[in-house]
Write a protein that binds this ligand. Structure first.
Ligand code: GLY
Length: 304
């Protein structure tokens, strides 16, 4: 269930709260029922998951218990993963996303993940959770975090004309609701990411490669990925020059588009959606699966 309301710490006295160190300091989250994770992607490891499960055990978390994950995407991903395997997933989880990216994307749809051997989200599960969205959290984000969220929002605007109409240059609760509703509509027909939900991976194939190799915040990497995947579509004759010009300008408003090279593009071979050596993209403007070889991608994006 998704609820839109103000988050009150006092409603969580009987729950176990998981937050990262930064979020806990910012919102004064402390106490015996609070577990702190390191900030960002560092939290997304098996070791952190094991420690979190041990803490759940030490707190006698049982099937009627509730865990509340307060934070950005990493807190949600690792807490969701721990909840999905602890006592075979017989616990309740509420996500309280504090970043724009988490509110419009990662805290909705039940994906959990940790990273492994440098591969982002290499291990994970699907785990149903509730989500409480408090748009007030967005006021505490710095410009870099907002821009990163806008990278993910740009994906939604390109996928769904209605979201682009609602957006009008401002992040409002209506915009967040439009993204969440759209995502839920895809997840309802394809929870396990086998068909239509894959549209949400638009921008993420090149984006994940750039996130790792250029050490970019997720949404900024996605904005770069949207640029390159739209360029790829244009070069393949799948979208018009006008379409590419319009949306590449939107991506460039969020970040300087970084150059790609063979070394960066080789990282797309680790993508989970790939079939053997072939790389699966979802490209505009039909957002269906397009399968290309690495050599094709390199020649289209690196050679003029
Ligand atoms: N973030 C993409 C998905 O949840 O499918």
């Amino acid at each position: 269930m998704i609820t839109y309301k103000q988050f009150n710490l006092s409603d969580c006295l009987n729950s176990l709260i998981v937050a990262d160190e930064y979020v806990a300091r910012l919102y004064g989250i402390a106490g015996d029922n609070v577990y702190l994770l390191p900030r960002g992607e560092q939290a997304k490891t098996f070791a952190e998951t094991e420690n979190l499960c041990k803490w759940f055990l030490s707190k006698n978390l049982g099937r009627n218990g509730r865990v509340v994950a307060v934070g950005g995407g990493s807190v949600g991903d690792v807490t969701g993963f721990a909840c999905s395997i602890y006592k075979r997933g017989n616990v309740n989880l509420t996500h309280v996303p504090t970043t724009l990216i988490a509110q419009i994307d990662s805290a909705v749809g039940g994906k959990t993940a940790v990273n492994l051997d440098g591969v982002k989200n290499a291990v994970g599960t699907f785990f149903d959770a509730d989500t409480l969205i408090d748009i007030g959290f967005l006021q505490t984000l710095d410009n870099r975090q907002i821009l990163s969220g806008c990278g993910e929002l740009l994906k939604y605007r390109m996928l769904c004309t209605n979201i682009d109409k609602v957006y009008c240059g401002k992040i409002t609760e209506d915009v967040i609701r439009a993204c969440v509703d759209y995502k839920l509509s895809l997840c309802q027909v394809d929870m396990y990411d086998l068909s239509s939900r894959r549209a949400l991976n638009f921008g993420h194939t090149v984006g994940h490669a750039m996130e790792l190799s250029c050490n970019l915040p997720h949404g900024i990497a996605v904005a770069n990925g949207l640029y390159y995947e739209t360029l790829l579509a244009h070069k393949l004759g799948m979208c018009s020059k006008a379409y590419f010009t319009k949306w590449s300008a939107e991506a460039a408003k969020l970040t300087d588009i970084l150059p790609v090279n063979k070394e960066i593009l080789k990282l797309v071979t680790a993508d989970k959606k790939n079939i053997g050596n072939l790389i699966c993209f979802v490209l505009p403007n039909d957002f269906r699966q397009t399968i290309l070889s690495l050599e094709q991608v390199i020649s289209l994006l690196c050679c003029g």
